[in-house]
Design a protein around this ligand. Structure first.
Ligand code: CUA
Length: 315
């Protein structure tokens, strides 16, 4: 039985270890997450091997012989066995729980003063705001390498969950509460941001990119961005509203529109929009048909610009 267990354990360990299941490591937090993962996998392999060995051994050794009509012996409990199969799993889940708690607590503490990024999740797009960089807004997450970034997550409508596989840890965005996630990237490059909480029709497409830059490149990127929060300062009649920018920031994840270069597949294509401007405005303000409302999110001027952009009523 022991030799069967060893064979099963060797096969499953080889599959777990030699197949390259996991994405590359690109953050400090990922190491702790991987440790918890591998400890859990090791425990699972051990018990799978034991159970498989007992099953295979019993199947071979105790199977019914031809013409054997006799019944097996009656068995009524075994206190020692019951104590064992309660105590061992309790011990295992306790080990996993304590290890996870330690890793999560460690991952929660940033190294030095973190960069703050506010993350807004909504059906079906991500928006990132940089309060300490003049309120820059972006649809991709730009972060510097070797410095902790503290994501402050909010959800506008339903549950979403922020995940970059290469960074390891996930964090839910929950309507009504604020959650945080610390990431400390260790590799420059582009990674996928994935929503990992089923949030509606467009859930599978609620993706964007996390772009890790050197500190100098990050500073240069931040300088090039139009400063956000400007509707208070630079608003009024003078400021030209960038309708295409509003469209790509808010609508691109779901809608295809050739002139904006977007290819979202969740909602209808807007290339041949046949609605009159008032109907388009109504749809943007109130939502409906699976689309969330934007009335509280965009200013009246922005909605007007967007309606004109979509209906071509000023061209
Ligand atoms: Cu948002 Cu799934």
């Amino acid at each position: 039985m022991i030799s069967i267990a060893l064979v099963v354990a060797a096969i499953t360990t080889a599959i777990a270890y030699f197949v390259d299941w996991l994405p590359e490591q690109a953050s400090e937090e990922r190491q702790g997450i991987d440790l918890v993962f591998w400890v859990t996998v090791a425990i699972c392999i051990f018990f799978f091997a034991v159970v498989a060995a007992v099953s295979i051994y019993s199947g071979v050794k105790f199977r019914v012989r031809p013409d054997d009509e006799s019944d097996g012996p009656p068995i009524h409990g075994h206190t020692g066995l019951e104590i064992m199969w309660t105590a061992i799993p309790t011990l295992c889940v306790t080990v996993i729980a304590v290890l996870s708690a330690v890793v999560l607590a460690q991952n929660d503490s940033p190294k030095g003063e973190p960069l703050r990024v506010e993350v807004l999740a909504q059906q079906y797009a991500w928006q990132f705001t940089y309060p300490d960089q003049g309120g820059i807004k972006a649809t991709n997450l730009y972060v510097p390498i070797d410095r902790s970034t503290k994501l402050v997550l909010r959800a506008r409508d339903v549950l979403h969950s922020f995940w970059v596989p290469e960074f390891g840890q996930k964090q839910d965005a929950v309507p009504g509460i604020v959650t945080t996630l610390v990431i400390t990237p260790t590799k420059t490059g582009e990674y996928r941001v994935i929503c990992t909480e089923l949030c509606g029709l467009g859930h599978a497409l609620m993706r964007t990119r996390a772009i890790v830059l050197s500190q100098a490149d990050f500073d240069a990127w931040a300088r090039e961005q139009p400063q956000g929060g400007g509707s208070a300062g630079g608003g009024g009649g003078g400021g030209e509203i960038d309708a295409k920018g509003i469209f790509t920031a808010n609508c691109a994840a779901c809608h295809t529109l050739s002139k904006a270069g977007t290819s979202g597949q969740v909602g209808p294509t807007l290339d041949e929009l046949s609605l009159a401007p008032p109907a388009v405005e109504q749809q943007i303000r109130r939502g409906g048909g699976g689309m969330p409302p934007f009335g509280n999110q965009l200013s009246d001027d922005e909605i007007e610009a967007l309606v004109q952009y979509l209906t071509g009523s000023n061209e």
